[in-house]
Structures are given as structure tokens and as C-alpha cells.
Design a protein around this ligand. Structure first.
Ligand code: NAD
Ligand code: UFG
Length: 348
């Protein structure tokens, strides 16, 4: 019988791509999202892209902190596992509104874990982040590196990782996989789903994409005096569809005995600078991206990329898309949906 997976935050960027792969992989999928940073249109499009499998998708507009609503859902459906994406993710906003972040991300997660435990569902895949490596002294980052957090958002990731380790220590029936994503970019090759952040984008590629479609005049490059090949920051960009497949690999891993609480990096293992990324996007789109060179963004690391050995070895997962593929698919999405899922909105 098909396994049933609960996906929190499944209307969001990484969530929607993962839900599509789950459906195509034969999983029955239930999405819970409060639509705080997403649109239900993403769910409709995933359903369409999934064809006949689309009937195995249901959506519930629920905030994770609404325990009675979660209880009702778990009483009605037996979930084999949960993939937990739901959370707020804007670093700058988390500095301005730390309580919002602690409340949403941590209280939301605790509520979810409590309801899962009460209903005997003790398998979870959690979206952690390379942010827990802070400013690494050396690269590539391995999963054993010391963990730090430079802002409230990062602390929510670190605390939730610790909470997961603690629940496993207290009850060995739990099986937990913590996935530390590096920099997700790109979109499904159909150009039908993609990233659509509300407000001014914090991250590089959504900003570049908005410059390319004429919504913003120029990209501000945060620092060109780093000790890197061209002075700009280096990151490990990974295609969102590779990430989606990483979640299927993690679900398969949860089926093995004695998993306990394990952590895996999901990245490509390759570092790309801001200027290299812009050049690749210009090539893919045929658009010129005007640049304004500014000072470093506070808190930014110089060079961050993943060691992918553990995920390759134990999850049997390896990213297959390169930077050119990522930029091609990002542009395909952007050019077909210059205003994301929404109508043109000049206020953002
Ligand atoms: P996203 O904002 O597109 O998706 C998150 C979804 O969670 C949104 O649809 C939002 O509406 C929903 N949500 C937030 N709080 C909720 C709540 N209390 N109850 C129900 N739904 C809620 O973000 P994303 O890029 O898809 O990221 C998914 C996860 O991956 C997040 O936990 C994020 O921190 C983590 N992550 C993202 C990145 C990245 O660069 N995109 C990197 C590392 C880790
Ligand atoms: N950058 C610019 N201009 C911009 C945006 C970004 O020059 O407008 C630069 C940054 O300085 C950095 C690179 O582009 O050198 C990537 O920046 P992002 O904001 O896209 O990504 P970060 O690696 O800085 O951070 C993101 C998330 C974090 C997460 C981390 C790892 O914001 O929360 O990826 O997953 F922890």
C-alpha cells in the first residue's frame, strides 16, 4: 500500500518541489501550510504536474502551532513519516523579530513532535541549514564540524536539531534525519513551479531573477573584497529538484533499522562566487544584470561549501545538476512567471 507522508510547509519553495517528487514516486501526500510565505496556487500546479498521481495530494491550511487542528489531522490519517519544512527563514527579519522566529519555528516544531509522538508517528525528516556551520574555518564542511548560530534564525535551526537529538535519546523508537541544505536554487524544468518569496528577496538568485524581469534595477553585490577568486562570496548552490530527490532518499533511509538521529549535508560540494553565478544567469537568460558593488553584508561568511561524502555513501544521493542547469531552470520559471504566483504587485 502507498505510504502516506505529511509535508509541513509543502506549499513553499522546497516543499512544493518535494511534494511533486513524492507524488510521482507513488507516495500519498498531505500538505499542511499556513500560506504565510506561499500560495495555494503552488499546490494546484503541483497537482497538475503530477497528472494521475495528483489525486493523492491533499492540502490543509493549518498553522503548525494550532495543536487541535494537527490533532484532528493525525486522528483522521495515519502518517508513515513527516517531512518538516514549515518555518520562517529570513535572517534579517529574525534579527528584528526574534520572538516571532522562536515562536513560529520552535513552538511549531515542538507542537508537531508532540502530536506525532501521541499518535505513534516517530519518523521525521527536518530541514536544517548550512547556517549551522557559521563562518567555517576550512571547507568543505563535514557533518562533524562544530555548530554555531549567528542570528535567531540560525539558532532556531540549531535548537531544533538539538531537540531532535534529545527526543531520540529519550525514546529510541524515533528515527530522525536532519538535512542541512546549502543554497537551493533553480526550479522544476516545466517552469510551472518555483521560488516566489513575499517582499524583497534576501537571497541571491530570487533577487537576480527579479532584476532580469525588470522588477528591480540592479543587483547589489555584498562585498568584492573577500579572499576568493574574484573577491565575492562563494557558496554551494544546489538545484531544488536535486534537493527534492534528497528527501526521497532520506525517507528510504528511515526504513532502515537503527537509524537513530542522523544528519546529512545536501549540496554539490562545489563553490561558486556571486559573479560566477551572475555570469551563468546572464548566459542562460540573455539578460544583462546591472551590478552595484556595496560593502559586505553583516554576518556573511566568505566561502561555504559542502562535503557530500556522507550523503553519497549513506543516502546514495548525489546532486546531478550543475550551475548552468540551475540558471536555465531559474530563468524558465522567472520568464514564464515574472510575478511568481501572484498578480503584478508593485508594493513589494
Ligand atoms: P518557504 O518559505 O518557501 O517555505 C516554508 C513554508 O512554511 C511556507 O510555505 C510557509 O508558508 C510555511 N510556514 C511557515 N511557518 C508555518 C507555520 N507556523 N505553520 C504552517 N506553515 C508554515 O521556504 P523554503 O525555502 O521552501 O524552505 C523550507 C525549509 O528549508 C525552511 O525550514 C527553511 O528554513 C529551510 N532552509 C531553506 C533554505 C533556503 O535557502 N531556501 C536553506 C536552508 C534551509
Ligand atoms: N548576495 C549578494 N547580493 C544579494 C544577495 C546575496 O551579493 O542581494 C551574496 C551574499 O553576500 C552571499 C551570496 O550572495 O555571498 C549568497 O547569499 P544568499 O543570501 O543567497 O545565501 P547565504 O548563503 O548567505 O544564506 C542562505 C540563507 C541562510 C542559509 C544559507 C545556507 O539565507 O539562511 O543560505 O543554507 F543558512
Amino acid at each position: 500500500m502507498a505510504k502516506t507522508i505529511l509535508v509541513t510547509g509543502g506549499a513553499g519553495y522546497i516543499g512544493s518541489h518535494t511534494v511533486l517528487q513524492l507524488l510521482l514516486g507513488g507516495f500519498s501526500t498531505v500538505v499542511v501550510d499556513n500560506l504565510d510565505n506561499s500560495s495555494e496556487i503552488a499546490i494546484d500546479r503541483v497537482r497538475e504536474l503530477a497528472g494521475d498521481f495528483g489525486r493523492n495530494l491533499s492540502f490543509h491550511k493549518i498553522d503548525l502551532r494550532d495543536k487541535p487542528a494537527l490533532e484532528k489531522l493525525f486522528s483522521a490519517t495515519k502518517f508513515d513519516a513527516v517531512i518538516h519544512f514549515a518555518g520562517l527563514k529570513a535572517v534579517g527579519e529574525s534579527v528584528q523579530k526574534p520572538l516571532l522566529y522562536y515562536n513560529n519555528n520552535i513552538v511549531g516544531t515542538i507542537t508537531l513532535l508532540e502530536v506525532m509522538a501521541a499518535h505513534g508517528c516517530k519518523k521525521i525528516v527536518f530541514s536544517s541549514s548550512a547556517t549551522v556551520y557559521g563562518w567555517p574555518k576550512v571547507v568543505p564542511c563535514t557533518e562533524e564540524f562544530p555548530l554555531v548560530a549567528a542570528n535567531p534564525y540560525g539558532r532556531t535551526k540549531l535548537y531544533i536539531e538539538e531537540i531532535c537529538r534529545d527526543i531520540y535519546r529519550s525514546d529510541s523508537e524515533w528515527k530522525v534525519i536532519l538535512l542541512r541544505y546549502f543554497n537551493p536554487v533553480g526550479a522544476h524544468h516545466s517552469g510551472y513551479i518555483g521560488e516566489d518569496p513575499h517582499g524583497i528577496p534576501n537571497n541571491l538568485m530570487p533577487f537576480v531573477q527579479q532584476v532580469a524581469v525588470g522588477r528591480r534595477p540592479a543587483l547589489t553585490v555584498f562585498g568584492n573584497d573577500y579572499n576568493t577568486k574574484d573577491g565575492t562570496g562563494v557558496r554551494d548552490y544546489v538545484h531544488v529538484d536535486d534537493l527534492a530527490h534528497g528527501h526521497i532518499a532520506a525517507l528510504n533511509k528511515l526504513e532502515e533499522a537503527n537509524i537513530g538521529c542522523e544528519v546529512y549535508n545536501l549540496g554539490t560540494g562545489k563553490g561558486t562566487s556571486v559573479l560566477e553565478m551572475v555570469a551563468a544567469f546572464e548566459k542562460a537568460s540573455g539578460k544583462k544584470i546591472p551590478l552595484v558593488i556595496a560593502g559586505r553584508r553583516p554576518g556573511d561568511a566568505e566561502v561555504v561549501y559542502a562535503s557530500t561524502d556522507k550523503a553519497e555513501r549513506e543516502l546514495n544521493w548525489k546532486a546531478k545538476y550543475n550551475i548552468d542547469d540551475m540558471c536555465r531552470d531559474q530563468w524558465n520559471w522567472a520568464s514564464k512567471n515574472p510575478y511568481g504566483y501572484g498578480p503584478q504587485d508593485n508594493s513589494s
